[in-house]
Design a protein around this ligand. Structure first.
Ligand SMILES: [Zn+2]
Length: 140
């Protein structure tokens, strides 16, 4: 039997010819970031004022400056606001409106704290000690 020799040609992958129409625009991708972060700085230490939101006397007078920041480098401030700021609940209001939080009177307590007594009833200071267990005789 004569077997015809099978001729297997090598697989030639013909890629489509890429056209050189790519104009050589060098796209420089440098992440240029700029923003306007607001930095808040405590301005003066005055009497404690009551926050109308959380009723803690933690309202401070602060100065909020908005900086023009380029690549994380603050360049110059272009806006300054004076505001009242609560350091607990982050409540804030501009002082331009003329609103002033209430100054905490002496002995002011948080309403939630004023309702619940701060000191619990004293617990019995004596520990009831269990009677020592006596082993009735040791048997060998
Ligand atoms: Zn608050």
């Amino acid at each position: 039997m004569c077997r015809p020799s099978q001729h297997q040609p090598g697989i030639v992958v013909v890629l489509p010819e890429q056209t050189d129409s790519y104009t050589g625009i060098m796209a420089i991708c440098i992440p240029l970031s700029f923003g306007c972060p607001t930095k808040i700085k405590q301005e003066e230490v005055g009497p404690a004022r009551i926050c109308p939101n959380c009723h803690n006397q933690t309202v401070i007078s602060a100065r909020a400056r908005t900086w023009f920041e380029f690549c994380f480098v603050p360049l110059f401030p272009f806006s300054t606001d004076h505001l009242w700021l609560c350091s607990i609940c982050n409540w804030q209001v501009e002082r331009k409106g003329g609103y002033e939080p209430q100054i905490a009177p002496p002995g002011y307590r948080h309403p939630a704290q004023a309702q619940t007594p701060g000191y619990g009833p004293p617990q019995g200071g004596y520990m009831v000690q269990p009677p020592p267990q006596s082993h009735g005789g040791s048997k060998m």
